[in-house]
Design a protein. Sequence first.
Length: 124
Amino acid sequence: MKISLYQFCVAGIAVYIIVRRSIMFFRRIQNQSFLKFISVLMIWGGIAVFALWPSLAREITYALGMGENLNTIIFIAFIVLFTLVFRLLTLIERLESDITSIIRKDALSTLLPTKLRKGTQDEK
């Protein structure tokens, strides 16, 4: 099997990302959760495997009964990616809502004691 420069570069980048994320996970840098770590391993590991053995994708689609159409795997990958993007958007919207409510509560808790103090000073 002859490996082209393109295959070598893609596999090298995938291995670099896997190693870097593994170090980040084991050192607990940037709140790396176990789910994120496994996702990175699966995605970039798959990219490295398919870069080094491109005929494997055809064999997988044939074994799953999808024929020899490589577009099927690409289509399934897009479905998974869009699902993940929508999931991330939902999480971001929820975080924004939580941050907004926390900031409002903090602002009100700071504002109310100040007004109460001013009101008691005016009465004296």
